[in-house]
Design a binder for this molecule. Structure first.
Ligand SMILES: CC(=O)Nc1cc[nH]c(=O)n1
Length: 104
């Protein structure tokens, strides 16, 4: 079976498929994605493929630089986004914003 290049928690799948979520904020371990790269995208929980994303950009960001535009691109409030990031990456404050578009 083909490997996925990136995974998302299943709760984010509907927003990605609908185009409501157009960025993901990851730690250094997932900072290698390059503009133009096409990513087989699956669910974290079962690794099931659900779409292909094309990377638009990968941009470093500090936790304290997250703003309302990042939140809008995640389809969250800024408070929700900060809480989600703190839960996924406790204690970290250096991240990468991966902007993407869904191509299939
Ligand atoms: C599986 C996983 O880490 N998913 C994440 C992490 C950060 N942002 C996001 O949208 N999804």
């Amino acid at each position: 079976m083909l490997q996925n290049d990136i995974t998302f928690f299943a709760r984010f799948e509907p927003d990605i498929l609908a185009g409501r979520k157009t960025i993901t904020i990851r730690d250094a371990a997932e900072s290698h994605f390059q503009p133009g790269q096409r990513l087989r995208t699956g669910r974290y929980e079962d690794n099931g493929y659900f779409c292909t994303l094309e990377v638009i950009s990968t941009t470093p960001v500090a936790l304290n630089e997250l703003n309302d535009e990042h939140a809008r691109q995640e389809n969250m409030t800024l408070a929700e986004l900060r809480q989600v990031i703190a839960e996924i990456y406790p204690g970290l404050d250096e991240f990468y914003v991966i902007a993407f578009k869904r191509i299939s």
